[in-house]
Design a protein around this ligand. Structure first.
Ligand SMILES: [Zn+2]
Length: 134
């Protein structure tokens, strides 16, 4: 479930292949990154500290908070660990200036995914699978 930041209407979503949605409550177009995520259904909230993420030390706390929130969301909506990883990397690209795509952060993200899905993928898994498909 995601919650509209304008009117608070919640919408159930089943996949991640959209970039913006028009809210069913107020008809405003909302970018997917601006939706609040309702996470209590299935996912425990991800709440890693700056140190745990191993991103750069000058990363603003707001960024950490947003990344944690979005990561919780990814775990909630993605059905497979590889999809979650792919989605996570695509998202973390926004924060590349704070080191979120460095190998340390990718490993942290992958560890989290493995823990949640009880899987055992490595941090290149989603890229490897794309190569195999080609
Ligand atoms: Zn709305």
């Amino acid at each position: 479930m995601i919650r509209c930041p304008h009117c608070g209407t919640t919408t159930r979503i089943y996949h991640f292949s959209w970039s913006a949605l028009s809210c069913q409550g107020c008809d405003k177009i909302v970018d997917k990154y601006d939706f609040d995520v309702e996470t209590k259904v299935k996912t425990e909230n991800i709440n890693l500290s700056k140190d745990q993420w191993q991103c750069y030390s000058d990363t603003p706390n707001d960024v950490i908070k947003t990344v944690n929130k979005f990561f919780t969301y990814i775990l909630f909506v993605c059905e497979t660990p590889v999809l979650a990883q792919k989605t996570a990397y695509a998202y973390l690209e926004r924060y590349v200036t704070w080191g979120f795509l460095d190998s340390e952060c990718c490993q942290v993200a992958t560890d989290m995914i493995n823990k949640y899905y009880n899987s055992d993928i490595n941090r290149w898994q989603c890229m490897n699978e794309e190569l195999i498909k080609r």
